[in-house]
Design a protein around this ligand. Structure first.
Ligand SMILES: NC(=O)c1ccc[n+]([C@@H]2O[C@H](COP(=O)([O-])OP(=O)(O)OC[C@H]3O[C@@H](n4cnc5c(N)ncnc54)[C@H](OP(=O)(O)O)[C@@H]3O)[C@@H](O)[C@H]2O)c1
Length: 175
């Protein structure tokens, strides 16, 4: 939510407020979507050479919008969608692409929210455990774990597998 203070009789103040809202969405997309996309593009040659892994820190709110933080939710949904495409497109190169579907973790980001949160240590452990098990979608904390089984058996995951079959077969590319 972005609180706005303005005089509704002022056309210029209304316009400024509208611009402010648009810039919030742009900022979330820049950090949470374009940031990981550009990092992936830049490091892709190295990742292909090392047969590395991309691990994107996403969120439950990317699977279903948390309406009180719509811009953040949109950016995580976009990053989740991108993760699915990269996973399918880079498989032939031996690069694995993982989503980390985080629930509430005790960090600065949600310091003001009075809800149960997992510790950063346990979340980090959950991420590395999921990676070792080769999980595509990693649910590293108790809240996210509560939907893990249903997610993996659900319609959205089944569709992801179906759509993956549209990627033309190829051998690994050099860069
Ligand atoms: N905490 C949760 O409950 C939760 C839940 C779901 C998903 N997540 C995700 O987990 C990840 C880590 O979040 P967090 O909880 O650790 O948040 P945080 O405590 O607010 O930390 C955010 C981190 O991101 C860095 N950062 C911000 N803008 C950046 C930029 N433009 N370029 C490079 N680094 C930037 C910050 O660096 P500076 O300190 O230098 O600004 C800070 O280290 C995020 O992707 C977040 O969306 C967190």
């Amino acid at each position: 939510m972005t609180p706005l203070t303005l005089d509704v009789t002022s056309v210029s103040q209304i316009q400024t407020a509208a611009n402010e809202i648009v810039s919030v969405i742009e900022k979330h997309l820049a950090v949470n979507f374009l940031g990981p996309l550009r990092m992936t593009q830049a490091f892709l040659p190295l990742l292909k050479r090392s047969k590395g892994s991309i691990i994107n820190n996403l969120s439950l709110v990317g699977l279903a919008a948390l309406p009180v933080i719509p811009s953040y939710s949109i950016s995580k949904a976009a990053a989740f969608n991108m993760t699915q495409s990269l996973r399918a497109l880079l498989a032939a190169d031996g690069v694995t692409v993982h989503s980390v579907v985080l629930g509430p973790i005790d960090t600065d980001m949600n310091r003001g929210f009075n809800i149960p949160k997992a510790s950063t240590e346990s979340a980090a452990r959950g991420i590395f455990d999921g990676l070792e098990k080769g999980e595509e979608d990693i649910f590293p904390d108790p809240v996210s774990q509560s939907i893990a089984e249903a997610w993996r058996a659900g319609a959205a995951k089944a569709l992801e597998q179906q759509f993956k079959a549209f990627v033309p077969e190829r051998t690994a590319s050099a860069a």
